[in-house]
Design a protein around this ligand. Sequence first.
Ligand code: AOS
Ligand code: ZN
Ligand code: ZN
Ligand code: ZN
Length: 424
Amino acid sequence: MFIPGFKIDDHNDKLLKAHQRKLKMVSEEIRNAENIIEKLMQFQVAIPSWALGTGGTRFGRFSGKGEPGTLEEKIEDIGLLHALNRSSGAISLHIPWDIPRNTQSIKALAAQLGIRFDAVNSNTFQDQKDQSWSYKFGSLHHVDKKVRQQAIEHNLEVIEYGKALGSNAITVWLSDGSSFPGQLNFRKAFQNTLESFEEIYRRLPSDWKMFIEYKAFEPNFYSMTVGDWGQSLLYASKLGEKAYTLVDLGHHLPNANIEQIVSLLLMEGKLGGFHFNDSKYGDDDLTVGSINPYQLFLIFYELVEGMDERNMNHATDLGWMIDASHNVKDPLEDLLQSVEAIKIAYAQALLVDKEKLKAAQQENDVVMAQEVLQNAFRTDTRPLLTEARLRAHAAIDPLLLFRELKVRDELIRQRGSVKIATGL
Ligand code: AOS
Ligand code: ZN
Ligand code: ZN
Ligand code: ZN
């Protein structure tokens, strides 16, 4: 399915007046509206190839309708999102769930829809058909070198796919760990993992980055071999300048101060990118901003402040990816909400009066520091996002247009009512 430009124009014409009224109001309130709109236009969020079908839990999966069954259809779905919001111009691929059989035509399709390839993801947390050794007791950390070798080779293969598609980063998330005390020698598990990472790192193209994603627990419940940002940073520091830590918002122990983690990783030049989602308990992978939008804003404030300090380009110098997927929403509507939430938080962060905050910090004026932050958080930045979309020829209200055009019904008509999409 393809959304013709005139449908977007018609939709926008209807909503234009109301939008202009709201934009005028907020622009009068803030100092840097034009600057924020320009930054928002540049900011793109990568959609994970595993989030386009309805997610499941270990207790079941209720398949949606009209879901994409092939990589081509997944890219087409991202094309729809991007046409609606002009903010989803990238895909993060998962191998082997989405092996690009014909890289040339996949690349051409993505290019036609304005989509580039963000980090490719390897998978050594499941056994694949025809694989010689099992990952039941881990992959890159395994006690047996031949299992580690198999996992290393898988990662090298993923890099090859990424190279063919024009990606320039690999995200490695390991489920390696232990579920019972005594199961592992922690030091040996670390050293085996490091040695495996080193072999992958040696073969990383010179202009690539390696993202090391940590996770506190699940599927292992006693220890994880890359369990927190300290361990990830340790690996990344030992590996070298192309290795970075990746922060998945759902991968912390309850109440962790993620914004502080982000700030310090940036300070060390070791923050690589993000997996955005939201959670109340653990790795819930809920829609971004659905549970704790204030935390998201605080994280974005640290990002903007820390990136500006290091003269980094907000749009291009970190990997911005969503990693959310669940049971009860239409996945495309869910992703529209997630992208919107990310950009709202980003815009709010750009609004913070940094000078005033700095002065308050210097004076130990705790009350004023909170006022400055919350003043930005409580500003409705949505008209700025809308204006950025309008200028990029996207829809004023992407979710509304998705429903008005009955996109899901059309996809069901084309693809049939039930399809099992791969993915978690
Ligand atoms: C797993 O919990 C991690 O969040 C991974 O980043 C991701 O969900 C997985 O790699 C899907 O490919
Ligand atoms: Zn993740
Ligand atoms: Zn996760
Ligand atoms: Zn997650």
